[in-house]
Ligand binder design. Structure first.
Ligand code: UGA
Length: 443
C-alpha cells in the first residue's frame, strides 16, 4: 500500500521504516530541511539500535522516501499517518498545533479518498478536531473528498523501538467504520500473521488507551519509588521486596524497578496531559497528581543521598563528582526529562564539579548544558573518574554493571558510590572498602 507519514521523529521514522521493511511504499514528510536531506543521505537523526541499516536498506530499495514536499506526498497516499510532536503546553496539556497543521495541509490537498491515522499521542477528542480541521480546509476550497480518521496509538519504547514496531504486542485501532478497519488490517497484516494482535474499538477509547497504558506504567514506577523511600527509613531492602512481590503474576516483574525517577518524552508529558484532560471534564485525578509528585521528588533523591553522606549540601562545595549516565534510560541518546539533568543542576548549585560520561548522550548533554561552569562531558567512563571524590550512577547502561571495584576504590578519594539504579550488591561494593548508597536499600 502507499503510505505517507508526517513527522520523522521517533514514532514517524520508526513506523515508516518498519512499514517499508514489510513491503509498503512509504513517503516520510518533515518540515525540517536539514533532517530530510540528512535522511536522504543516510544520516539518521536519532540513536536507535537496528534503525540505521534498516533505513538505509529500504531507502536504497526505493520503498522509503523522505521529502519536505507535503503537497506532492499527499497525492501519493492511500493512508496518511500523523506522527508529529505534541509537546506539553504551559498548563501541561498536549499542544496540538502541529497535528492540526498537518490536518489542514491534508484538507487543502487531498483529491481522492484517504484514511488519516493519528499516531501521535493525542488527548481524547483529537480525532474529532482533526476531522473538523480537514473538513474546514476542504470547504474552504469547495471540495468534497471522502476521508476517515483513525486512532492508532504507538506503544514502542525508545531503545527497543524497531523490535517493538516489528513485533508489536498489540495494535490498537480506533475507528468508526468497518471499511477503515479493513484498510488498517491490510496495512498491519505482515505484523499480524501468527495470531491476531489487532484490538479494534471506538476512536475515543483508542485515544484513552494510550494514556492509560503510560499512566499505569508511570504509576508502577512511582509506587515502587515510594515503597523504596519507606524501605530506606525502616531498614528494609527494596530489592528483596521487589523480588517478593514481582513473583505474583498479578503484579509481575516488569516496571517495578525503583530508581532516580522516570524521564523521557512520554511518561512525564502523558501523565500531565491525562491529568489535564480529567480536570477539563470536571474530574480531579488524585492518583495521577501523586504519581507526578512522587516522581518529581525522586529526581532529587540521589542528591539527597549525597547530602546525607556528606552531612550537608555545603559539604559538597568543591567536590569532584564522577557521573555515569546522562540519557533518561540506556540505549538512547535522549535526555528529555532525564534525572541526570536535575542532579547536575543541584550539584552545580551546591558548588560541586561534575565530570559526566554517557556512551551515547554526550552530544545531547553538550547541546543542553553548553559551556556551563563546573560541568565537563568526557568521552570515556574512566575519564570521569579522574580526580573524582565520588561516583554517581544515573543510567543503567550495561557497561556500568560490573566495574572494577578495586580500581574504583583507588580512583575515588572519598571511596563512595551513589547508585540511582541499584546495579550492585551492597556487600560486594562494601567488601572493597567503598561506601554504597543505592535506592531503597535500608541505611
Ligand atoms: C514509554 C513506554 O514504555 C512505551 O510503551 C510507550 O510507547 C512510550 O513511552 C511512548 O509513549 O512513546 P519510553 O519513554 O521509551 O517508553 O521508556 P521506558 O522504557 O518506558 O522508560 C521510561 C522511564 O521509566 C525511564 O526513565 C526509566 O528509567 C524509568 N523506569 C522504567 C523506571 O524507573 N523503573 C522501571 O521499572 C521501568
Amino acid at each position: 500500500m502507499k503510505v505517507v507519514i508526517f513527522g520523522t521523529g521517533y514514532v514517524g521514522l520508526v513506523t515508516g521504516t518498519c512499514l517499508a521493511e514489510v513491503g509498503h511504499d512509504v513517503t516520510c514528510v518533515d518540515i525540517d530541511i536539514a533532517k530530510v536531506e540528512g535522511l536522504n543521505n543516510g544520516v539518521i537523526p536519532i540513536y536507535e539500535p537496528g534503525l540505521a541499516p534498516m533505513v538505509k536498506d529500504n531507502h536504497a530499495s526505493g520503498r522509503l522516501n523522505f521529502t519536505t514536499d507535503a503537497v506532492a506526498a499527499i497525492q501519493t497516499g492511500d493512508v496518511i499517518f500523523i506522527a508529529v510532536g505534541t509537546p506539553p503546553d504551559e498548563d501541561g496539556s498536549a499542544d496540538l498545533q502541529y497535528v492540526l497543521k498537518v490536518a489542514s495541509t491534508i484538507g487543502e490537498n487531498i483529491h481522492r479518498p484517504v484514511i488519516v491515522v493519528n499516531k501521535s499521542t493525542v488527548p481524547v477528542g483529537t480525532a474529532d478536531k482533526v476531522r473538523a480541521e480537514i473538513e474546514r480546509a476542504l470547504k474552504a476550497r469547495n471540495a468534497s473528498v471522502k476521508f476517515d480518521v483513525v486512532s492508532n496509538p504507538e506503544f514502542l519504547k525508545e531503545g527497543d523501538a524497531v523490535k517493538d514496531c516489528m513485533r508489536p504486542d498489540r495494535i490498537v485501532i480506533g475507528a468508526d467504520n468497518e471499511d477503515a478497519v479493513m484498510v488498517m488490517r491490510r496495512i498491519y497484516a505482515p505484523f499480524n500473521r501468527n495470531h491476531d494482535r489487532m484490538v479494534t474499538m471506538d476512536i475515543r477509547s483508542a485515544e484513552l488507551t494510550k494514556y492509560a497504558a503510560n499512566a499505569m506504567l508511570a504509576t508502577k514506577i512511582s509506587f515502587m519509588n515510594e515503597i523504596a523511600n519507606i524501605a530506606e527509613r525502616v531498614g528494609a531492602d527494596i530489592e528483596h521486596v521487589r523480588k517478593g512481590i514481582g513473583s505474583d503474576p498479578r503484579i509481575g516483574w516488569h516496571f517495578i524497578y525503583p530508581g532516580a525517577g522516570y524521564g523521557g518524552s512520554c511518561f512525564p508529558k502523558d501523565v500531565q496531559a491525562l491529568e489535564r484532560t480529567a480536570t477539563q471534564v470536571g474530574y480531579r485525578a488524585e492518583l495521577l497528581g501523586a504519581v507526578e509528585a512522587v516522581n518529581d521528588r525522586q529526581k532529587s533523591h540521589l542528591f539527597e543521598l549525597m547530602v546525607r553522606h556528606y552531612g550537608s549540601a555545603q559539604a559538597l562545595r568543591g567536590k569532584n563528582i564522577a557521573l555515569w549516565g546522562l540519557a533518561f534510560k540506556p540505549n538512547t541518546d535522549d535526555m528529555r526529562e532525564a534525572s541526570s539533568r536535575r542532579l547536575i543542576a543541584l550539584l552545580l548549585e551546591a558548588g560541586a564539579k561534575v565530570r559526566a560520561y554517557d556512551p551515547e548522550a554526550a552530544h545531547e548533554a553538550k547541546r543542553i548544558f553548553g559551556d556551563v561552569a563546573g560541568l565537563e562531558i568526557v568521552p570515556r567512563a574512566t575519564d570521569a573518574l579522574a580526580q573524582a571524590d565520588a561516583l554517581v550512577i544515573v543510567t543503567e547502561w550495561k557497561q556500568f554493571r560490573s566495574p572494577d571495584f578495586n580500581a574504583l576504590g583507588h580512583a575515588l578519594a572519598d571511596r563512595v558510590i551513589f547508585d540511582g539504579r541499584n546495579l550492585y550488591e551492597p556487600a560486594e561494593v562494601e567488601g572493597h572498602g567503598l561506601a554504597y548508597w543505592a535506592i531503597g536499600r535500608g541505611r
